[in-house]
Design a protein around this ligand. Structure first.
Ligand code: IPE
Ligand code: IPE
Ligand code: MG
Length: 255
């Protein structure tokens, strides 16, 4: 059911525009089947299309997937090469399908460690899909700390150039320089495979994000698991630091 078709009370109490997913557990999924870690990553990539379907079903128009962290470079070189090759293959293979589905792809993270060829491929797919109304952010070589540091550096450059006074730096200014500056913060973050940590994902944006943890490994995460996470989210009460709204008093009024 799309957000627009939800009962109005649910849709306004629980707007769900942006979902972030920490796609964890590919390695354990593969090990349990006697397969290589790369086979697990390959199975994980196959799940992305289903996530996009589920987002459409729930009227979610922004999804941010954590695919490769700043720290994942420390993995064995064969695994890193394999993951980069899978990333490039995904971009080549899915480009037309993303256009057809109206999905605009944005790759967020540092690109200095990518090959020039991969950088050109990313640019091409981003340009080809730019008109899409649903946003898919793929976080690759991404770290929340890295994001805040690169924002701070760009702000410092503006200050040095005389374009900004230090006393004018506030949360809005910093936010404007983060990778996801053009979208609202995630309403919901789902992490698969049982781990309950952020692992350096969207540190700034997660200030008031709701978390759901799924026990299954990422390659087993399907539409039903997504639906269960959304249902859990719908049952939450988001307060953003405010106190509970007062119950309407039964004794008020004259009648
Ligand atoms: C997530 O699966 C994918 C990446 C981090 C690239 P993992 O590779 O972390 O799988 P586990 O956690 O070892 O099972
Ligand atoms: C988080 O998973 C990063 C991605 C899913 C891309 P990790 O497997 O790298 O995180 P830790 O090491 O369990 O915290
Ligand atoms: Mg992991």
């Amino acid at each position: 059911m799309s957000e627009a078709k939800l009962p109005e009370r649910v849709a306004t109490a629980h707007p769900l525009r942006h979902v972030a997913i920490i796609m964890d557990g590919n390695g354990r999924w593969a090990r349990a089947r006697g397969l290589s870690r790369l086979a697990g990553h390959r199975a994980g990539v196959e799940r992305v299309r289903e996530v996009l379907d589920a987002c459409r079903e729930h009227g979610i128009d922004i999804v941010t997937l954590f695919a490769f962290s700043s720290e994942n470079w420390q993995r064995p070189v064969e695994e890193v090469h394999g993951l980069m090759a899978l990333f490039a293959a995904y971009l080549r293979r899915e480009r037309n399908d993303l256009v057809r589905r109206g999905v605009s792809l944005k790759v967020v993270g540092g690109r200095s460690r990518f090959s020039p060829r991969l950088c050109r491929l990313i640019d091409r797919v981003e340009q080809a899909t730019a008109a899409g109304g649903t946003r898919l952010n793929l976080a690759v070589d991404y770290g929340g700390r890295w994001d805040i540091v690169q924002a701070a550096r760009r702000i410092a450059e503006q200050v040095c150039a005389g374009g900004l006074a230090p006393e004018d730096i506030d949360e809005t200014v910093l936010e404007r320089h983060l990778c996801l500056a053009d979208v609202p913060a995630p309403d919901l973050c789902i992490r698969t495979a049982g781990e309950q940590r952020i692992s350096n994902f969207l540190l700034w944006q997660f200030a008031y994000t709701e978390f759901c943890f799924a026990d299954c490994h990422w390659p087993d995460f399907d539409g039903d698991a997504f639906r269960a996470a959304v249902a859990e989210y719908r049952g939450r009460q988001r307060r953003f630091g405010r106190s509970l709204p007062a119950e309407p008093s039964r004794c008020s009024g004259s009648g």
